[in-house]
Design a protein around this ligand. Structure first.
Ligand SMILES: *Cc1c(COP(=O)(O)O)cnc(C)c1O
Length: 354
């Protein structure tokens, strides 16, 4: 069988990041280093499972819990199998194959281009400025681009910074199509626009249980928008995509905001210490509002990442990407984990000097 069997618009796609992991310390995926969400874990431990029944079609229980958390309504919300499914749903809903322009900033989350391609959209990249902030005029776009889909993560991945609130609001006002705000790391920045979705006709806020909530394994994401847009999205979303085990665990997790606070406080405390340590080792760290740091390495990025892997520590390598040449992106750990990681880094640097 030949790749010509694939539809033309996806023929050049290849598989996503899937490293050999073994027992390595994973500082490469920005999950919560405090480990499994405790309330979700407790819920699962006591669960009596009925495998036969379908889950709730639109995850009403979770949508109610989230509505209460954010002061919006169930009907403002869409829930599903990770925010990646939510993003696919937005493109499926709003992207006309071969016509719709799908815009994202660079450097940013690599999957945006992939999702646009899955939906056969026309992908357009807009450079961030030298401070990794948005170029508002270029993002808003002209003609077809101005009516297309616009997506951006804040805090941005992999650069770590939040975009300016006034820039986001200007884009929402001037862009004539859907604007998706991917808030995968917003808990760490202590800011979100999810409570304001009714104020905009074109805003979709997308969030996840994979990062601060420490539940990536259960694949839970959700998005919010005004009632009209949420109804469009729920009409297109794959029914039953969120299983009831994950949904129940997510509801338990929403009710334990103390864990989120502890997780976020830990990162606020450890991030400057980790950055200071990396600076002292010759790295150049960029400002971060998230639980990871983008840092320009003092030696070749591939040698660094490979050397760390041999020592049982994984960090993410972005060194071959334009604008972030020779950069790596370690997750912020606890004091202990950061020491394990930076000790290993020192070891690799010493070996390089020999
Ligand atoms: C990790 C991440 C997500 C989360 O995806 P899930 O499918 O919910 O696990 C979404 N957007 C960005 C920018 C991320 O870094």
């Amino acid at each position: 069988m030949d790749r010509n069997w694939m539809k033309e618009s996806v023929r050049d796609l290849t598989m996503y990041y899937n490293p050999q992991v073994g027992n390595a310390l994973r500082m490469d995926t920005n999950t919560n280093v405090l480990g499994s969400n405790p309330a979700a874990f407790e819920y699962l431990k006591n669960l009596r499972l009925d495998l036969n029944g379908y889950p709730n079609t639109y995850s009403n229980g979770l949508r109610d819990a989230l509505a209460e958390l954010y002061g919006i309504t169930r009907d403002n919300l869409v829930a599903g199998n990770g925010s990646d499914e939510m993003l696919v749903t937005t493109y499926t809903t709003f992207c006309e194959p071969g016509k719709t322009v799908c815009t994202a900033p660079v450097p940013s989350y690599s999957l945006y281009g992939y999702f646009a391609q899955l939906a056969s959209g026309i992908y357009r990249e807009v450079e961030l400025d030298e401070d990794f902030q948005l170029d508002v005029d270029a993002m808003v776009g002209k003609g077809d681009a101005n009516k297309g889909i616009l997506i951006m993560p804040t805090p941005n991945n992999p650069t770590g910074n939040c975009f300016r609130q006034k820039d986001i609001e200007e884009i929402l006002a001037r862009h004539d199509g859907i604007v998706i705000l991917d808030e995968a790391y917003s808990e760490y920045a202590r800011q979100t626009m999810i409570g304001k979705v009714d104020e905009f006709d074109n805003l979709i806020v997308c969030k996840t249980f994979s990062k601060a909530y420490a539940m990536a394994n259960l694949r839970i994401g959700y998005m919010a928008s005004n009632l009209k847009v949420a109804d469009m999205l729920n009409s297109v979303k794959v029914p039953y995509s969120l299983n009831s085990v994950s949904e129940g665990a997510a509801i338990a997790a929403v009710k334990d905001q103390d864990f989120i606070k502890r997780s976020v406080d830990m990162v606020s405390e450890q991030r400057p210490k980790l950055m200071a340590k990396l600076d002292s080792l010759g790295f150049e760290c960029y400002p971060s509002d998230a639980n990871f740091v983008l840092a320009k390495a003092p030696i070749d990025h591939a040698k660094l990442v490979e050397g760390l892997k041999k020592r049982g520590v994984l960090i993410r390598d972005f060194g071959a990407k334009r604008r972030i040449e020779n950069c790596v992106r370690p997750t912020v750990g606890t004091e202990e984990l950061n020491k394990v990681m930076t000790d290993a880094i020192e070891d690799v640097l010493a070996e390089e000097k020999r």
